[in-house]
Unconditional design. Structure first.
Length: 297
């Protein structure tokens, strides 16, 4: 039978399970969504005719799991009182009392230390660039208290790898490629995390939290369509600025078709459908990475 990430966490020793759930290893979609923009950048930075640097892909994969875990830990530390009031999050380890705040803080320190070890394997430019993202990681969970655009801040945080991946390979950023790629990633995050936030509309209103899902209301699909179009145009710009070829643009077209179907069939009032649509987004990132690799070759 198939063996899922949830099965892996469930088969771990009982004292370890709350920490694995705290870093969301049982729900790997978020780690993929953090990692895949890094792979785009690493792939685009490869020399024409060459495969991406597999050492960098591996380092960024480990870093994505650690930093996503650290981000989830920080999020749960900030939100533990809110999480207890929301049905979908009431069983999270901190909200349920399976882990104390102090234990979470120590665990966070361990994750950040390991992530720093990964960062120190990169060049000096990348080390400085990577370190600057920590302020976004720490402050993002607070944004849902003060603005209806926390998904935008998440996008700025989650797509830092589009800058870091290129810098790790080339030694610095080519802004004509990195900025459009970063913007495309931010737009993508606004799409999938708004869909994610639709699950919690009623609970968020009850506890006083904000999101783009509440901001857009019945115009949600129009906004998601605009973000998707901006993403696709930015991907085309990034591709043109680094001389990408037909397979790349084919992948961009596939991503557009996937997003179009996703938005058209989305039921914004059905949490199960919103989760299913959200969880399908790694497909977009994987296809784009394959298109980048084939385009380079």
């Amino acid at each position: 039978r198939s063996f899922s990430a949830a099965d892996m966490v469930g088969s771990a020793p009982a004292p370890l399970q709350p920490y694995l759930r705290l870093m969301r290893l049982h729900q790997p979609t978020g780690a993929w969504l953090l990692y895949l923009p890094c792979t785009w950048s690493i792939g685009l930075a490869a020399a024409p005719g060459c495969l991406p640097d597999w050492r960098m892909l591996s380092l960024f994969g480990v870093g994505a799991v650690l930093m996503r875990g650290a981000g989830c830990t920080i999020n749960d530390m900030w939100d533990r009182d809110y999480d207890r009031q929301v049905a979908r999050t009431a069983n999270r380890p901190l909200a349920a009392g399976d882990v104390s705040t102090f234990q979470s803080l120590v665990f966070l320190g361990g994750q950040l230390t390991l992530a720093l070890c990964v960062l120190l394997c990169l060049n000096y430019y990348s080390i400085v660039l990577g370190a600057t993202s920590l302020s976004l990681v720490i402050t993002y969970p607070l944004m849902k208290r003060i603005t209806y655009w926390p998904q935008l801040v998440l996008g700025l945080t989650f797509n830092w790898g589009t800058l870091l991946g290129w810098a790790a390979v080339r030694g610095s950023c080519d802004w004509s490629v990195c900025l459009p790629l970063y913007f495309a990633g931010v737009m993508w995050t606004l799409v999938y995390d708004t869909i994610y936030a639709l699950q919690d509309k009623k609970d968020d209103i009850m506890v006083g939290l904000k999101s783009t899902a509440l901001k857009f209301k019945e115009d949600t699909k129009k906004w998601l369509s605009s973000f998707s179009l901006a993403m696709l145009l930015s991907l085309c710009m990034a591709g043109m600025n680094c001389n990408q070829t037909f397979p790349y643009y084919s992948a961009v077209a596939f991503a557009g078709a996937h997003l179009t179907h996703q938005i058209y069939t989305l039921d914004i009032d059905k949490p199960e459908d919103c989760w299913e649509k959200f969880a399908s987004n790694p497909t977009v990132g994987i296809v784009l990475f394959i298109g980048i690799v084939l385009g380079n070759l």
